[in-house]
Design a binder for this molecule. Structure first.
Ligand code: GDP
Ligand code: IMO
Ligand code: MG
Length: 437
């Protein structure tokens, strides 16, 4: 019966999918609740590596029903490409359910994403250019098209044609205005209205058998005693409200978003697991107090293979920020952490953990609530000796070198909640249970 939420506690790519894959074995439903194909969730099973963008990471287990919840924005070409790719590798997607209330991403959303980034000149957000922000904007403006609308393809075609016509006019206008101001020319694919209508009706037909009242389904399953896992994409500090605005995504990855984006009420969320790496990474622009711009940062990126799953971009890297994690505990009501990639620190002589911030030499009492303030902080560190040994084969907490155990204890002490699982490699079985419960 318990509902468990998995939330990124940093700026994304914490290894959420690996933890979800681990937990999914004991769950019958895994549901995504926000974001879209901006996510890149990697699961490694034996020699196989799966990079998922939209389909919940639980799909790899035949007993799991994967659900795309109402809070997700769905790019149908990506969804079907992903389904075809999984099916060709022997992973069935037949049971996939897509909420009728989820909003669709359409080609004009990607065009608007590119225009908005270009309009920011030398201060872009560094979005994935997948049209996520514009799709959520249309949802908020009550202009969005929902997945359930494909049930009646004739009406769907009329709606898509009307929206495409209006958006094409807006985009043409914006491109002409940008050119008149001498801004660099943006290479946007032409919006062929009739082709879009035709293609999306085709996609709509394929989507029909997967449509469901996922809210009702999740409640029924919960009441019948099923274990449900809610899979977050992005992360706490990319949250539209609580992240480093404007350098954020356009959804609510925090635990409150899990409730809104799945339809399960807040009191139904029993366990909320924050995922953190043993260090910090960020892809895209925005403040990053513990960022390492030197050889140590390069080492974290090289050893941790810190390149985006979706865009291939090099991630930025730095020491673990446990002060930031403490704020994530509050924002999400976290019950525990799973800490991944401890093995990436194996070759470091010293490891550091940020335990607080100062601004102009003064300790601060609350986590900075603006990107401007966060950009001004000086992190305070605890420096610990490294363990200089290979953790990747360790499966028992008793076998951890004492320096690695001390690292985990300092993190737990700073964040104030337990670390349950510790990741020591990308493979499915490369983890150990740190908490004694
Ligand atoms: P997500 O977006 O939070 O699901 O994370 P990503 O999949 O984008 O990035 C995490 C990367 O780290 C993936 O390549 C995982 O295979 C890998 N990974 C996850 N846990 C561990 C771990 O404990 N150790 C190591 N070395 N790699 C890990
Ligand atoms: P997962 O689920 C890391 C970042 C982008 C950009 C900002 C806004 O794999 O952890 P968007 O396209 O969402 O409007 O971009 O958010 N971003 C991510 N960074 N992991 C992700 O997903 C991300 N999804 C979006 O790089 O800075
Ligand atoms: Mg990722």
């Amino acid at each position: 019966m318990p509902v468990t939420v998995v939330v990124g506690a940093q700026w994304g790519d914490e290894g959420k999918a690996k933890v979800i894959d681990l937990l999914a074995e004991q769950h019958s439903i895994v549901a995504r609740y926000q974001g879209g194909h901006n996510a890149g969730h990697t699961v490694v099973v034996g020699d196989e590596r799966y990079a998922l963008q939209l389909i919940p990471s639980g799909v790899l287990y035949p007993h799991v029903t994967p659900v795309i919840g109402n809070g997700v924005v769905v790019d149908l070409p990506t969804l079907f490409k992903e389904m075809d790719s999984l099916e060709s590798r022997g992973v069935s997607c037949a049971a996939l359910k897509v909420s009728r209330l989820a909003h669709l991403i359409l080609p004009w959303h990607q065009a608007h994403d590119a225009l908005a980034e270009a309009a920011r000149g030398d201060q872009p957000i560094g979005t994935t250019l997948k049209g996520i922000g514009p799709a959520y904007a249309d949802k908020a403006r009550r202009l969005g098209i929902r997945a359930g609308e494909v049930a009646d393809l004739d009406t769907f075609a009329v709606t898509v044609r009307a929206r495409a016509t209006a958006e094409k006019a807006l985009i043409d206008q914006a491109v002409t205005a940008a050119a008149a101001t001498g801004s660099p020319v943006i290479d946007l694919p032409d919006l062929d209205i009739e082709l879009i209508v035709e293609q999306w009706c085709e996609y709509g037909r394929r989507l029909q058998p997967h449509l469901a009242d996922t809210v009702g389904m999740l409640h029924d399953a919960r009441e019948a005693g099923a274990d449900i896992l809610l899979e977050g994409a992005q992360a706490t500090f990319l949250d539209l409200d609580h992240g480093t605005y404007p350098y954020v995504t356009s959804s609510s990855p925090t635990a409150g978003g899990a409730s809104a984006g799945s339809g399960l009420g807040p009191r139904h969320l029993d366990r909320i697991i924050g995922i953190t790496k043993a260090y910090t990474t960020r892809v895209g622009a925005g403040p990053f107090p513990t960022e390492l711009l030197d050889a140590l940062g390069d080492k974290l990126i090289d050893v941790g293979h810190e390149y985006g799953t979706v865009t291939g971009r090099r991630r930025r890297a730095g020491w673990l920020d446990a002060y930031m994690l403490r704020h994530a505990v509050r924002l999400n009501s976290l019950t525990e952490f799973a800490l991944t990639k401890l093995d990436v620190l194996d070759g470091f002589d010293e490891v550091r953990i940020c335990t607080g911030y100062r601004i102009n030499g003064q300790a601060i009492s609350h986590y900075p609530d603006t990107a401007t303030e966060l950009a001004m902080v000086e992190p305070e560190y605890v420096t610990l000796p490294g363990w200089r040994s290979d953790l990747t084969a360790i499966r028992d907490r008793a076998e951890l070198p004492s320096a690695a155990a001390e690292f985990l204890r300092v993190v737990e002490h700073t964040v104030g909640i337990p670390i349950d699982i510790v990741g020591v490699g990308a493979a499915r079985d490369a983890y150990l249970k740190w908490s004694r419960t």
